[in-house]
Design a protein around this ligand. Sequence first.
Ligand SMILES: [Zn+2]
Length: 390
Amino acid sequence: MNRFVPRLIILFAAVLLLRVAETAVAQTQSLNSSVEIAYGQKITFRLTGPIAAEIEQIELFINTARAATPLSVAVRFSQDEAQLVAGYDLDPTLPQLPPFAEVTYWWELTTAGGETFTVPEAHFVYEDDRFDWRLLSQEDIIVHWTGNDDALGRLAWDIAADSRETLDRILPQTAVSPLNLYVYPSTADLRAGLRLAGQDWQNEHTDPALGVLLVTAVNLLTAEADLRQSIPHELAHLRLHRLAPTGQLPYWYEEGLALFVEKNNGEREDLVATAVADNTTLTLLTLCTNFPEDGPERELALAQSVSLLAYIQAQFGDQALRQLGAVYLSGAGCEAGLSQTLDLSLAELNAEWLAAQAPQPAWLSFLSRNGIWLLLLLASFGLMGLLLRR
Ligand SMILES: [Zn+2]
């Protein structure tokens, strides 16, 4: 056989495919795909416009980062004089559609002749639209806030940038980029926003799988203190979730770290100091195996978790905290992760941490407070002695 014949066949097939693809594009280009969103109530998808071919079936595909496979639904439609009208109302509380999700959707049309056309995909963010969000987008941090205060957006942006730096130093490498941050005017508004989308708080936390930071600032007077707590805390959870989506991290480490980066742990330090003085601290083994679920014991366990992280940072540096995270992510258990990272048994670490918490003896703290004056006093006695001898 002439060796050109197979090439000719391939060329012919390619041209034919190209023509079919061109026709498909031409068929769908004239169609208008749109979406109308009423947050928490209804999401209406529409496809309208002229199309020559007789349509037999239309499917709508909806996808978010959270879903393993796109949601697909058969769509009702009408076709009069080659004008197509198709629409679908989606229940916005479906678990596949979390609040603030980035949604991708597209349509697939099947003709009576068995051909399939795909209308190019489009995107939207399923954002809480009950507020007129203001926007500050700089680098890859995007702050959304409400109200008349310009300073609030800037404040939240600065705190988010600071928190990111803090976490970069003590966590294994991870990034949430772009980082979308919504500052709600009240906790009730925030929770209503979640509930409208079929979610709620759990233990005063938004689901880190949402991939956005949702916080509250009621007024500018308290905003700074509130946001300096909530932004680093929630960002820590968000990044830990990115690192370990299946939640294999020990609880003391995960919650302890989120509290640790708030840098406002005076009350927790007092709690630990009292427990040390009363000899009622919990063992590290308890933090690992039997973390108290509620009450004052839980508060103490959280305070000790923060204290242990602070101790590791002070004794072994930021690098040890990063290493601890990496070891936990590699699948080490709670106790093994600590002893592998610090090269200490859990009992040894417990003893060393406890020793570091013990209050200084009275003479030592007197000396550290008054050392310079004592030294001056001794020096002046020495000088006086010298003068008197002459
Ligand atoms: Zn937390």
